[in-house]
Unconditional design. Sequence first.
Length: 333
Amino acid sequence: MKVLITGGAGFMGSFVVKGLLKEGFEIIVIDKLDYSGDIKRLEHVLNEIEFYRLDLLDYEKLRKLILEKKPSIVIHLASYTHVDRSIMFPRETIENNIIGTLNLLEAIKDISISKFVHVSTDEVYGEIFEGSFMENSVLSPSSPYASSKASSDLVVKSYYRTYKIPSIILRPTNNYGPFQYPEKLIPLTILKAVNNQKIPIYGNGKQRRTWLYVEDFVDALKLILKNGNIGEIYNISSDEEYENLEVVKKILNYLKKPFELIEFVSDRPGHDFRYSLNYEKIKSLGFIPKYKLDNGLKITIEWYLENIQWLREKYDFVNNFVSSLLRNYNKLS
Ligand SMILES: NC(=O)c1ccc[n+]([C@@H]2O[C@H](COP(=O)([O-])OP(=O)(O)OC[C@H]3O[C@@H](n4cnc5c(N)ncnc54)[C@H](O)[C@@H]3O)[C@@H](O)[C@H]2O)c1
């Protein structure tokens, strides 16, 4: 069966590509190879897949490719994904994520597919101090990134109702694992720590997140492809909830680096305090996350240490961005 994956050269997308190849699917990847996309993530499987460097905003090329390839399943992960970048570049984020999704839906309207899986995020619900969000909780996004994802979800929902696009929306919590671009908390902490540089922590570091190892996300997606119900939304999470500061300390302990590297900086504007998802619905399909944060972190840190060169290649870009970001947040606070 032919599966088209958008954002397949991204962190999660590349794990999805490799996971579905093992299941015997024929894979077509579309990715524009933006700064967070990297063909190296697909290096070992490039001769087993079809890869197209293509921007979802280029509607004519996208439509032509989809009409020619006629995939049976489409999994949509392509997106700008960094909250801080969305605060610095809101227009680009909102245009990319909403129009990209719209173009994809328009392009698949004229072919017959069995499933369109749209990968959204827990951030669409906003923060929650106690308890957990259900799939039908109100959407209350805080950042331009989160609002672009929430808007895309609504566009997908409307295409399901109006054009009968057989959609399923997934809302995963924070993913982590090898090959994640080092702008996100875990790889950024590793990058800074191995260089003995200060690790910036927003506010007091008490913000709480739930962590899902990326292979667990792929398992959840496989279940959805087999048994997910069309028209439904599924939260995907784990029970691994920690304060950001606790996660950073775990990494420093593992790397035998001093806690003095931690530097508290001005908080991100609109920073959500806590995300939490009720994921009973996907559990009822048989989903059980396999990885505790400690196990997943060990694999992740060891991978980065073995692939330190890949991490270093991103170093200047990330460092420059973090510095300009902190200057801006200082002004805003
Ligand atoms: N990483 C997480 O913790 C997390 C959590 C919840 C949801 N998500 C969602 O999962 C998906 C994948 O996230 P990720 O962490 O792998 O992101 P990523 O930034 O690593 O990868 C995104 C990929 O999309 C590509 N892309 C972006 N815009 C594109 C466009 N217009 N056309 C073609 N390609 C484009 C980029 O080149 C990149 O390869 C996203 O939709 C994200 O919102 C991520």
